[in-house]
Write a new protein. Structure first.
Length: 129
C-alpha cells in the first residue's frame, strides 16, 4: 500500500499507519484461525474497539480490505463495534462516562480514575465456510 492510496483520508500519516498496523495484526489472526478451523473462505469478521483506541472506522475498514486483498478473507464483511469509555473514581467509587474529554469524576471532581471500558481491542468472532 502506498501513501497515495490512503492520502484521501483526513488525518496524519501516523494515524493511518496506526490503522494499517492493527489491520495487519488482525489479518494474521484471521488467517491463523481460518487455517486451524480449516476454512476455505472467511465471510465475516466481528471486532470491537474501545473509543480510547482511537480507530477511525472508515480508515480501518479501508486498511483491512487492502490487507486481506487476494486472500481467503478478501470478500469478508467487517463489522466494527465501538464501545464507549467508562471510568471508575478511585476516591468516591462512582462509575461515569467522561463528557467533552473531561476525565474528572462528576461526583468529587478528582482525576484519580481507572478505565473500566473503552480501551479494548478484540475479535468477537470470525465466520467462514
Amino acid at each position: 500500500m502506498t501513501c497515495r492510496q490512503v492520502s484521501s483520508f483526513p488525518g496524519s500519516v501516523e494515524k493511518v499507519m496506526h490503522e494499517i498496523r492493527i489491520a495487519e495484526d488482525l489479518f494474521a489472526i484471521v488467517i491463523a484461525v481460518a487455517e486451524k478451523e480449516q476454512l476455505s473462505k472467511v465471510t465475516k469478521v466481528n471486532i470491537t474497539f474501545g473509543k480510547l483506541i482511537q480507530i477511525v472506522p472508515a480508515i480501518f475498514e479501508f486498511a483491512f480490505m487492502e490487507t486481506v486483498r487476494e486472500s481467503i478473507a478478501s470478500e469478508a464483511e467487517l463489522v466494527i463495534e465501538i464501545t464507549d469509555i467508562k471510568l471508575k473514581c478511585r476516591s468516591c467509587g462512582g462509575d461515569f462516562q467522561p463528557e467533552d474529554n473531561l476525565f474528572s469524576c462528576r461526583i468529587c471532581n478528582t482525576y484519580e480514575t481507572d478505565i473500566i471500558q473503552g480501551n479494548e481491542l478484540f475479535i468477537k468472532s470470525i465466520e467462514g465456510e
